[in-house]
Structures are given as structure tokens and as C-alpha cells.
Design a protein around this ligand. Sequence first.
Ligand code: NAD
Ligand code: UFG
Length: 343
Amino acid sequence: MDVLVTGGLGYIGSHTVVALAEAGYSPIIVDNLCNSQAWIHARLEQLAGQAIPFYRVDCTDRLALAQVFEQHPNVQAVVHFAALKAVGESTRHPLEYYQNNLGSLLAVLQAMQQQHVGILVFSSSATVYGEPEKLPVTETTPLQAPTSPYGATKAMAERIIADAVQANPQLRAMALRYFNPVGAHPSARIGELPQGTPNNLVPYMTQATRGVVPDLKIFGHDYATPDGTPLRDYFHVVDLACAHVLAIDYLAKAREGLPLQFVNVGAGTPVSVLQVVETFRQATGQPLPYRFAPRRAGDVEAIWCDATLAKNLLGWQPEYTLADALLHAWKWEQTLGEQEIPA
Ligand code: NAD
Ligand code: UFG
């Protein structure tokens, strides 16, 4: 089955392209390179051992997107990753976020309708749960008002897809609500490529260890958690990639008229920032110095998921540990240090 992957050169998209190819699917990538690099494409073809068509197309460009679908009439599924994802940036540039994230989703849904493509897997986020009152969160945990334009685009996107599915029984869709994917491919050939100073914990840690950015600052150690630092649900990006493959397998067999399915994807284990630091030190043997800094605006104290539905519905469960993920992230970071523009 041909699967169109928007944002397929990005962090999660690239790992998913490899997982799709390994599972026997034929991925086709659409990416405008606004947050990724073209050389990742060659690496994906090497890892997958097959040619992977790539189109440098902005998903908000309906005509260009329609042309990609027309060139690949056997596309039966879309995995839609393409989005801007920096929470802080979204508060400074909200219109760009609404335009890009919702414009691309609408264009993808319209192209799918025109070409009669019936399967959609969408990248949603734990951010839709806000600061939950009860933990762990299940898919029935009430959603909270988004605290950033980025979060709002995810909540609105879920609503848009639910409406599109309801109006078109042939469209079967799943919104995977990711918790905190971290790590890199075990081969260290692909991984996360943040532009500028990383906002997220793990890429900051690996860059600090390589000396690219100053020592790690832990944002807040006065939270009501066991060690005072926030709790999150970290899991390996390759496990997340596999969840997309299983989601397509599931939707391909699902009955028509199925409502939009929401599925949490996370390890289901709360881990504090200090525990991540300690696990990184042990897994890599690197000292990783840090200092405490004030809380970061917008951070929630604790969030982790109950991933029972992912297991029951998709047969998904994580294969890698956090230590694996952190070691792989470090191996990837080291390759970036050795060769800035890799072949
Ligand atoms: P990423 O920035 O690495 O990948 C996104 C890719 O989409 C990039 O390659 C970018 O160039 C491309 N893109 C963006 N807008 C586009 C457009 N209009 N047209 C074509 N390509 C476009 O991000 P990621 O971490 O891989 O995230 C993928 C998806 O998962 C996003 O939707 C993100 O919101 C969601 N998500 C990520 C996380 C996380 O922790 N990384 C957590 C929850 C949800
Ligand atoms: N942190 C630090 N120092 C840093 C970076 C992060 O202490 O330099 C802390 C944060 O304060 C937080 C934890 O590490 O306590 C995790 O932060 P991340 O930025 O890695 O991840 P978040 O949980 O804040 O955000 C992620 C995604 C968002 C998504 C959110 C949903 O990056 O896109 O999960 O819960 F919206």
C-alpha cells in the first residue's frame, strides 16, 4: 500500500517512514523543509533499502498537493505530521501556526476526499489534556482549553477530522496523542535536528553534553512531585513510529462509518526531569552538569498516560527503555559533531 507521509523528513516522520518501509508499505514523502533537511531523504532510502519518492511541497498549497496525489493514484493512506510545533513560538506568531497547521490539514483532507483516500493517521498531542486533574490520563479524560495557539491547532484539528469523518463514512481516521517521544534511530543515521537552541529537554541535554549550548537549566524544582521537578511520559521515537504502522494496519481493517479514534501513545510511566538526567548519565557515562532555574511559563506539573487502549486496539507497546532512547539520542548527537553536513 502506498502511504503519503506529510512532514516525512521531520523528526517523527522520518522514523515513521523507515518503520513503514520495514513493514512493507511504500511511503511517499511531502515536506516543505521548513524544519528539516533535504539530506535526510537519502538516509531514509539507505535505511529502508528502497527508493522513496520525495516532493518539496507546502501542504497548504492545495494545487501542488493535489498533483502529488495525482502522480500516486495508489495512495490509500495518509500520515499527517506536517505542522509547526514550538509552543513558545506559537504564542508570538499565532497566525502562522493557525495558517500552517490548520491550512495544511484542510488541504490534506480535501485532497484525500478528491482522490478517495480513506485512511488518515494524525499527529495529535498530550497538550490537549492541559494540566489534568486525574492521572494517568485516558482517552476519556476531559480535554482542557488550550494554553497556546499550538495546542489550539491540535484541539481544532481533532474537531475538524471528527467532522470530516462523520460526513464521510469512507474516511477512517485516528488521532494519536503523543506524550514525550525522545531518542533517535539505533543506527544513529537519523534523529532530531532542532533549529537553533533546542526547547525540548533531550536535544538540549545532548547538545549541552557536546558543548554546543551552555549547561542544562532545569526549569523549576519546587513542583509538588517526588523530587520537585515535573513529571512526563518519555518514550522512544522508534516505538512511536511503530504505532503509526499499527494504526494504518488497524484502519485498513476497520469498518466504514467508524468515528475518529483517539489513542494515547506513551510509555505510561511518570519520569521526572532529574530522573532523565540521571538515566542519561548512567546510559552514556557523560557527566551532564545542570543548574536549577525558575519555572518555564506554560509547563504543566505532571502528565503521563494510560496506554491501555494503544495496547488493546493496536497491539502496541514500547520495546525500548528510556535508557535506550537517551543512549541513541547521544549517539546521534555525536555523529552530528563528527560531520555537520553528512552524506
Ligand atoms: P518536525 O518539525 O521535526 O517535523 C515536522 C515536519 O513537517 C518538518 O519536516 C517540517 O519541515 C514539515 N512541515 C511543517 N509544515 C509543513 C507544511 N506546511 N508543508 C509541508 N511540510 C511541512 O516535528 P516532529 O517532532 O516530527 O512532529 C511531527 C508532528 O508531531 C507535528 O504535527 C507535531 O505537532 C506532533 N507532535 C510532536 C511532538 C514531539 O514531542 N516532537 C509531541 C506531540 C505532537
Ligand atoms: N526542561 C528543562 N530544561 C530544558 C528543557 C526542558 O528543565 O532545557 C523541562 C521542562 O521544563 C519540562 C520537561 O523538561 O519539565 C520536558 O520538557 P519538553 O520541552 O521536552 O517537553 P514538554 O512536555 O514541555 O512538551 C512536549 C512537546 C510539546 C507538547 C507537550 C505536550 O514538546 O510540543 O509535550 O504535553 F505540546
